[in-house]
Design a protein around this ligand. Structure first.
Ligand code: NAD
Length: 396
């Protein structure tokens, strides 16, 4: 079939296999263009490995230090007349490239929150890798079926305590409007923490530890976001921010576990930059902030995408000869360039004046849109988007 983009609100319901593969190749090329790491991980488990920061972490680990990787993700295969999700095609492209480079790469597609997928992963690690020395936890999910109670919890992106009114942009239509979001109730706050907080990460790490599948000195890292005041009501102080506080709580527990039982290992949170991913495009207000941020950071020459962020995280923090530098709360900050005062004061200056009419001029909405389309494999150079394309490709 000829595969064209079909954008519905903040998702694209189609994905292009060759375009996704070209996107993954761009990321691999970036990692290969960087100086090799003096040291790096050897055997890596990536939970949430098919798109965004998790995929970028996997590409960095594999094509930098040449690590063996096991990827866990939840993607939908193609059906009659329907393409697979982009993470499906990304994973196939990554795995083919890794195998061509002589690297171990295996995948498990299924619900990482479930006991069954954890068991499958543990069995595969035991059989193939022996132990892992790095665990990346990069899930972004709208729901979680709790493995013990069977209850289904849904996460919401809402303010806490009071309603929040601010500008937002419909990135597809290019319309700037004012949005008011009502505060979450207690149940929604608790549910969001159950989905996006740290309990599942702890379950993974405890299971790996008990099964003796963590190498001495093993590290684990999960990702968070803080951002500027203009987004705090919906992010840092909202339901997702409270869930991220719980992720930080889990990081401290896992850090103690690794230090005590795994030869001085370490767990921490890395606070990453706001970027266009499937997860971030669903958050109200944030896409307008990202469009302004991209404009400013591109002009300053400091703009990074997922792969540049993760390459920098590995090279200058996780595997830096001097070790990571932590902020006062014990977190790694690769959002440091985003949070520079001169970048944030420029955002503050632009924000109030943005309208539908001047959106293209004051913000990088064009860059936002092209990044968004690339997530689904569209707009990549060298791809013939008129060509008949096979959407049904088995996962490797
Ligand atoms: P993403 O949507 O691109 O990736 C999510 C990944 O999780 C995918 O691989 C998906 O398959 C997997 N996944 C979702 N539910 C799953 C399930 N039940 N079982 C197995 N796999 C599942 O998201 P992202 O933006 O890369 O986010 C990853 C992490 O980075 C999140 O913790 C997010 O909060 C954080 N982060 C994102 C940003 C940003 O701007 N995008 C900034 C800082 C931190």
């Amino acid at each position: 079939m000829v595969i064209k983009p079909k954008v519905r609100g903040f998702v694209c319901v189609t994905a292009h296999p060759a375009g996704c593969a070209a996107h993954v190749q761009e990321w691999i090329a970036h990692v290969k263009s960087q100086p090799p790491l003096a040291r790096g991980p050897k055997k890596v488990l990536v939970i949430g490995s098919s798109t965004g920061y998790g995929l970028a972490s996997r590409v960095t680990a594999a094509f930098g230090p040449g690590a063996a990787t096991l990827g866990i993700f939840f993607e939908r295969p193609s059906e009659e007349g329907r393409t697979a999700t982009p993470g499906w095609y990304n994973t196939i492209a990554f795995t083919k490239a890794a195998h061509a480079a002589g690297l171990y790469a295996k995948n498990i597609n299924g619900d990482a929150f479930s006991a069954d997928i954890k068991r499958q992963a543990l069995d595969l690690i035991r059989a193939d890798l022996g132990q892992v020395d790095l665990v990346i936890y990069s899930l972004a999910s709208p729901r979680r079926t709790h493995p013990v109670t069977g209850a289904v919890h849904k996460s919401v992106l809402k303010p806490v305590g009071q309603s929040y009114t601010n500008k937002t942009v419909d990135t597809d239509k290019g319309i700037v409007s004012t949005i008011t979001i009502e505060p979450a109730n207690e149940q929604e706050i608790a549910d969001t923490t159950t989905v996006m907080g740290g309990e599942d990460w702890e379950m993974w790490m405890q299971a790996l530890s008990e099964a003796k599948l963590l190498a001495p000195g093993a590290q684990s890292v999960a990702y968070s976001y803080i951002g500027p005041e203009v987004t705090w009501a919906i992010y840092k102080n909202g339901t997702i921010g409270l869930a991220k506080n719980d992720l930080e709580r889990a990081a401290r527990n896992i850090d103690s576990l690794l230090k005590l039982h795994h030869g001085g290992g370490r767990a921490c949170i890395s606070v990453n930059k706001a970027l266009v991913t499937q997860a971030s495009s669903a958050i109200p207000v944030v896409p307008l902030y990202i469009s302004i941020l991209y404009k400013i950071m591109k002009a300053k020459g400091t703009h990074e995408g997922c792969i540049e962020q993760m390459q920098r995280l590995f090279a200058t923090q996780l595997y830096a000869p001097t070790g990571p530098k932590f902020d006062a709360a014990g977190r790694i900050r690769v959002d440091d360039w985003e949070m520079r005062p001169e970048v944030q004061s420029a955002v503050k200056e632009i924000w109030p004046g943005t309208t539908t009419e001047n959106l293209a001029e004051l913000t990088d909405i064009a860059g936002y849109r092209s990044e968004f389309m690339k997530l689904f494999g569209f707009g990549l150079p060298g791809i013939d988007y008129e060509a008949d394309t096979e959407p049904h490709v088995p996962i490797i």
